[in-house]
Write a protein of this length. Structure first.
Length: 97
């Protein structure tokens, strides 16, 4: 189970820090996995110009019944975010074993 992402700005408009809590509600430890981010490119007038997906390793191990919070720096290619635009990482998913 994942918490809602908590976003914070960085000094680069094409990156942001995203904090997520991972809660293992299963009966065995999560030993590996991937967290996937959907980062939206937002124009100056609030128009969503597209979404870029990226993935990073899950913070493992996560014991059964435990939670772990991790902060990731999520970036897209700088050319995708011209001056006046910004990124918002709205979608977060995880797959673990």
């Amino acid at each position: 189970m994942l918490s809602e992402p908590v976003r914070s700005a960085t000094d680069r408009r094409w990156c942001e820090r995203v904090t997520v809590e991972f809660r293992n509600t299963g009966g065995s430890p999560a030993r590996s996995g991937t967290v996937t981010f959907g980062t939206h490119i937002i124009g100056a007038l609030g128009v969503d110009w597209g979404t870029v997906e990226s993935a990073q390793p899950l913070p493992t191990p996560i014991p059964a019944g435990a939670a772990r919070t991790e902060t990731y720096t999520v970036c897209v290619a700088s050319w995708r975010v011209p001056l006046g635009m910004r990124v918002e990482t709205r979608d977060v998913g995880a797959a673990w074993q």
